[in-house]
Design a binder for this molecule. Structure first.
Ligand SMILES: Nc1ncnc2c1ncn2[C@@H]1O[C@H](COP(=O)(O)OP(=O)(O)OP(=O)(O)O)[C@@H](O)[C@H]1O
Ligand SMILES: [Mg+2]
Length: 368
């Protein structure tokens, strides 16, 4: 692995610092505190989003075909509800960027694990926003939240309080996946299997169970995926049994890499884990996609990291780079993806490009 000193490649001294906790230390509603998230359907306090204050779903799913204010572009429908000049401009930007045509759909369901044991690199943000982009452009998408933090469930405003049916029951009790999948409000074809804090115990509870590494794979195999185009699995920041279950369940891995100092530290361990799973548990596993996240164009460091990653992983790295964007970090506190919170923001447009690249790569991935 070609290394540049100071970029945190494996073997270099120093420990990674977590840049973002993602958790608020304020008790304000709308900042991800329990109650703000679970008050089913209740509007959050706090400022409305600037461009497109659309659906706050609550627990009740929007019936297919009855999404409020659904706008049909040339191609698939995009759900929006506000009609301000800024919202219209944002929608126009999204339509222009999406090329105005339906994206190619995979011939069979693509299952993609989004993994990086480093915390706060944008796994959840990537899972949520790629899923929203794909769903807005005609794909049928399920996001499996495999992180006890439940951040993806929060971002989709899907109820995930302790004790309710969740991915924990699927993994530990062998319940069918179909029993926990919920529709994401405001989207016709976007679904989420939520994670609750109960999942925190699963790493230990799974240890004595039969086929502990392949319980998610079995659940997915028993699930009718004929009505889905993508399953995205959001992993926790570890390489424990939860992440291993995700790697066994999916043929593809997407690794988000933060364009920051030490971003590459630990990557070797992740690659080794992927290789171990591939050789022992999931022969078809491949790293299909690398996504550069939190790119700050003002710093030389960001472009150095990007160059290093491209030099090493070549065409696996998406051309689209996700910039640092305040809108991306604000959206989850409103129970939304950035695609509905502020579809014209730089973060939304970057994820749209990334999702389009991924959709276009279907055939190449399938051919490998
Ligand atoms: N491109 C971005 N610009 C600005 N903030 C971002 C961006 N991507 C993610 N964030 C914010 O950074 C924090 C970490 O992102 P995220 O939760 O997606 O990372 P993660 O890898 O899933 O974290 P964890 O390892 O804890 O699961 C969150 O607060 C998120 O809103
Ligand atoms: Mg996460």
């Amino acid at each position: 692995m070609g290394t540049a000193p100071g970029l945190g490649w494996p073997g270099l001294p120093g420990s990674p610092g977590r840049l973002h906790s993602g958790r608020s230390d304020s008790g304000s509603p709308g900042l991800g505190w329990p109650g703000g998230v679970h008050a089913s359907g209740a509007r959050r306090a706090g400022p409305p989003p600037a461009a497109d204050d659309t659906q706050s779903s609550g627990a009740a799913p929007t019936p297919p075909g009855k999404g409020e204010g659904t706008v049909v572009m040339s191609g698939p429908p995009v759900e929006v509800s506000s009609d301000t000049p800024i919202a219209r401009a944002a929608r126009a930007a999204v339509v222009a960027r999406s090329g105005g045509q339906a994206w190619p759909r995979p011939s069979s369901c693509r299952i993609i694990t989004i993994a990086n044991q480093k915390g706060g690199v944008g796994k959840t943000t990537t899972a949520v926003n790629l899923a929203a982009c794909l769903a807005m452009n005609g794909a049928r998408v399920l996001v499996v939240d495999l992180d006890p933090q439940g951040n993806a469930s929060t971002a989709f405003d899907v109820d995930h309080h302790s004790g309710m049916s969740s991915i924990y029951d699927v993994l530990v009790d062998g319940q069918p996946l179909a029993g926990v999948v919920r529709q994401v409000g405001g989207f016709r074809q976007l679904y989420c299997a939520p994670a609750t804090i109960d999942l925190a115990g699963a790493e230990i509870e799974l240890v004595p169970l039969v086929a502990r590494e392949s319980r998610l794979a079995r659940a997915v195999a028993d699930y009718d995926v004929s009505n889905l185009d993508y399953i995205l699995i959001d992993c926790p920041p570890s390489l424990g049994l939860l992440t291993v279950n995700a790697l066994v369940a999916a043929p593809e891995v997407l690794i988000p890499i933060q364009c920051e100092y030490y971003a590459l530290e630990g990557l070797e361990q992740l690659l080794r884990t992927v290789e171990l799973v591939r050789s022992h548990l999931n022969l078809g596993l491949l790293i299909s996609t690398i996504l550069l996240t939190m790119y700050d164009g003002r710093t030389r460091l960001a472009s150095q990291v990007a160059d290093e990653v491209r030099g090493h992983f070549g065409e696996l790295v998406l051309n689209s780079v996700i910039p640092r964007s305040v809108r991306l970090s604000e959206a989850p506190s409103y129970g939304q993806s950035v695609m509905t919170y502020d579809p014209g923001s730089s973060g939304a447009l970057a994820y749209l490009e990334a999702a389009r690249e991924m959709a276009a790569r279907n055939t190449r991935t399938a051919g490998r």
